[in-house]
Design a binder for this molecule. Structure first.
Ligand code: BV8
Ligand code: ZN
Length: 253
């Protein structure tokens, strides 16, 4: 391990140990260690589809069956993967800090943080496991059971859509407000496996470092394979795969 990384890990562990409250922001890179392809790596093509065709309201209006075929496939993919050590380390850290001082905000929709035991999770972009009825609005946790075609609402027979936030759609207001508060009040933000390109999620990092804060700026620790759009805001960079958890080992929890 390079001296730089060793020194960065020592500083990061020290900051986390003293943290009064921690806000974690995760992205597709955390699930990449479980074999779930990242959004960025797809070069704008997801399972062979253009993003605008399968993850936007316009794409849904043009061809809802194509959108559901895309989500049926992603749901089936997630049944084949397990949480990795990075997911488990984050769940263990929440147990150590306590859910009142630890908020995990994720852009991921695969639910793997919860499978690994994370409890206080804010899903900014929804979940592959849930559907939402276009008529009565009911949100149902369908788990990952196989679904086909365009499913109908068990209550009103209306058309179900994935409970996912598509590009051009607002994030769930309550979830977003809770995430903003966690970013504003945290003393340490741990940013793991995100390119920090997608907004407003990526904006949480700027909030943690200062925008509109009553408290002193939070310390930002970034764990990624490469530099990202957030790197200029990060105090400490931990370059390496999120599934390797030397930080977790250093904390000795
Ligand atoms: C909104 C659900 C406004 C879908 C997702 C033009 C037109 C319309 C909108 C916009 C526009 N320009 C900008 C916007 C805003 C847009 C946006 O930010 N676009 C980006 C692309 C520029 N945002 C929106 O549209 C948002 N809504 O703005 O609404 C509004 C306001 C009022 C009223 C109405 C509307 C909604 C955004 C949510 C989109 N939905 N997901 C689905 O998943 O099916 S976002 C999608 O992107 C995924 O959730 C994914 O998480 C996210 C991508 O981000 P990352 O998670 O960071 O993934 P990525 O692949 O990018 O990066 C992976 C990182 O991991 C890399 O850094 C890599 O180095 C690292 N990594 C890889 N392996 C590892 C690793 N790190 C550690 N270890 C490893 N092993
Ligand atoms: Zn309904």
């Amino acid at each position: 391990m390079s001296d730089d990384l060793t020194e960065a890990l020592d500083r990061a562990a020290e900051q986390l140990r003293d943290a009064r409250s921690v806000c974690v922001l995760t992205g597709a890179g955390v699930s990449a260690e479980s074999g779930v392809p990242t959004f960025r790596a797809s070069d704008g093509l997801w399972e062979g589809h253009r993003i605008e065709d399968v993850a936007s309201p316009q794409g849904w209006n043009r061809n809802p069956q194509l959108v559901w075929d895309f989500y049926h496939l992603r749901r089936a993919n997630v049944t084949q993967v397990q949480p990795n050590p990075g997911h488990h380390a984050l769940a263990r850290m929440e147990q150590h800090w306590g859910s009142d001082r630890w908020t995990l905000v994720t852009q991921n929709v695969d639910g793997l943080h919860q499978v690994a035991g994370s409890r206080h999770v804010l899903e900014l972009h929804g979940s592959l496991r849930r559907t939402r009825c276009l008529d009565c609005g009911e949100i149902v946790d369908q788990g990952l059971k196989p679904m086909t075609g365009i499913p109908n609402c068990p209550d009103c027979q209306g058309i179900l859509r994935p409970d996912i936030v598509w590009f051009g759609e607002m994030l769930p207001p309550d979830t977003w407000r809770a995430a903003e508060r966690a970013a504003r009040e945290c003393t340490v933000m741990l940013v793991v496996g995100t390119s920090a390109v997608v907004y407003p999620a990526a904006g949480l990092i700027a909030i943690a470092v200062g925008e509109g804060r009553k408290h002193p700026p939070g310390i930002v620790l970034e764990c990624n394979l490469t530099e990202t759009d957030a790197s200029t805001l990060a105090d400490i960079h931990l370059f390496g795969p999120s599934g390797d958890t030397p930080l977790f080992e250093r904390l000795g929890i």
